[in-house]
Design a binder for this molecule. Structure first.
Ligand code: GLN
Length: 481
């Protein structure tokens, strides 16, 4: 196996034993990028020179000895909506095509504190709006498992680089499934931590009450390593929670004995491809054979989740995206406008893609006088009911297991003309964001060579339970990816 295909956990061990160098790993990743990018196109920006510089610095630190953080010398890719000082951060939008942030997102700083190596900024759906990475001003990304298919979205670039060996691990964001669904489609591991676990400072906002940053990686161990690095309170994000973070690696040592796993009955109904259902049920039986206790539970408001999500997400997006006005942020096409309205109009019409415009209009409508109570307020009430469903279910079980996506990775172009079809793909992922609970995706096999993802959903701030169940499954089933 080439260095670029190994897990961060394993590489970190080899680095400390001085059996390999950070430069060797980085060179292996960069040459893989050169080989794969013409087809996969998962990066918007590759920072090769910076990566080699950082790798050499990591090698020096390792040579000096002392206390070496676990991500020292590990090549990581960052979704192009996390601010990186001095490195273009575009959100895959024309409107931010020239934006070079003057500061780092907190997550980026925390990775730097661990001496991680930055390989580049990954492709995504524009402003994280989408489920296929086809809504990108930078062009689409292909799924490394099958290049005729989508890698999922919106963190499709982050999932694809990990699956293709173009990075060892990656950071993404998840507002309604954008880490878990691409992880599922590319056959890797992805986690959306509890809302408040990871700082959103420097994350370009889509829907602020739902957005959360998290890792995409090759193994559950890597997920714990990355989570250790990025989580924790940040005084610059008022929604980040001041709770002690455990050492997430320790949750990997426990077995599955007596873990009570709930199957939400509303998640196993029509609309799911039968091959997906079969794979997920196989995984459930496997968990049961290995000591877990399976119980059926009910999340009765599940049928309202997609509608609720698309009202709240678009409302918040319309407000968040008002700042791209060609004055404070965004490209200004020319300087000789008749008046300021004409300038706004042209900048926003040219700068935003169609899906982003659709959502701004939807969200503006939802928030407008006369419709606010009927849509926005009602969606907030539905959100409370959905959150209560989870609270009640967690009185009976320790975690829930569900599919990630109702379908296998679909063909490029298959759903672009039908936004509603695309929205419905999010049926199993949006509820965790509405409820603020942690959720993760691990691979549970393939159907005709296409990966199927298993979702584990947990209580607020109980990422340890997710890691325990996911690692137990991965270790016992022998599944690497
Ligand atoms: N597919 C969902 C949407 O388009 C989720 C996106 C996300 O999590 N960023 O809004």
């Amino acid at each position: 196996m080439e260095l670029c295909e190994r897990s961060a956990y394993e590489l970190s061990r080899l680095l400390r034993k001085k059996e390999i160098s950070a430069r060797e790993i980085t060179e292996s990743v960069l040459s893989r990028i050169e080989e794969k990018e013409p087809l996969i196109h998962a990066y918007i920006t590759v920072t090769g020179d910076l990566a080699l510089e950082q790798a050499d610095r990591a090698d020096q630190l390792i040579a000096q000895g002392g206390n070496i953080p676990p991500l020292t010398g590990i090549p990581i890719a960052i979704k192009d909506l996390l601010c990186t000082r001095g490195i273009k951060t575009t959100c895959a939008s024309k409107i931010l095509a020239n934006y070079i942030p003057p500061y780092n997102a907190t997550v980026v700083d925390r990775l730097l504190q661990q001496n991680a190596v930055f390989v580049g900024k990954t492709n995504m759906d524009e402003f994280a709006m989408g489920s296929s990475t086809e809504n990108s001003a930078a062009g689409l990304t292909r799924n490394p498992v099958d290049p005729e298919r989508v890698p999922g979205g919106s963190s499709g670039g982050s999932a694809a680089v990990v699956a293709a060996g173009e990075a060892i691990a990656a950071i993404g964001s998840d507002t309604g499934g954008s880490i878990r669904q691409p992880a599922s489609f590319c056959g890797i591991v992805g986690m959306k931590p509890t809302y408040g676990r990871v700082s959103r400072y420097g994350l370009i906002a889509y829907a602020s009450s739902l957005d959360q940053v998290g890792p995409l990686c090759r193994s559950v161990e890597d997920c714990a390593l990355l989570l250790n690095a990025i989580s924790g309170h940040d005084r610059r994000d008022s929604t980040s929670v001041d709770l002690n973070c455990p050492d997430f690696l320790q949750s990997l040592d426990q077995d599955l004995d007596g873990v009570r796993i709930g199957l939400p009955q509303e998640y196993f109904v029509e609309g799911m491809e039968s091959a997906v259902r079969d794979k997920v049920m196989e995984a459930v039986s496997f968990l049961e054979q290995n000591g877990a206790e399976i119980r059926e539970v009910s999340l009765p408001h599940t049928p309202y989740a997609v509608g609720t999500y698309y009202l709240i997400a678009t409302a918040e997006a319309s407000s968040n995206l008002a700042r791209y006005d060609a004055v404070k942020y965004g490209i200004r096409p020319r300087d000789d406008f008749e008046d300021i309205i004409a300038m706004y109009q042209q900048a926003r019409s040219e700068g935003f893609g169609r899906e982003v415009q659709r959502r701004i209009m939807l969200g503006t409508y939802v928030l407008s006088a006369g419709y606010y109570d009927a849509y926005y307020v009602k969606a907030q009430k539905a959100r409370t009911l959905i959150r209560d469903d989870f609270r009640k279910a967690f009185e009976q079980v320790d975690c829930l297991v569900t599919p990630v996506s109702p379908c296998l990775p679909f063909k490029l172009g298959e759903k672009v003309a039908e936004p509603l079809q695309m929205y419905l793909v999010d049926i199993y992922t949006v509820s965790a964001n509405l409820a603020g609970v942690p959720a993760m995706s691990i691979n549970c096999g393939t159907v005709e060579n296409l990966p199927v993802g298993l979702q584990v959903i947990g209580k607020p701030f109980d990422e340890e339970m997710l890691l325990r169940v996911a690692h137990g499954y991965q270790r016992l089933s022998g599944g690497q990816r």
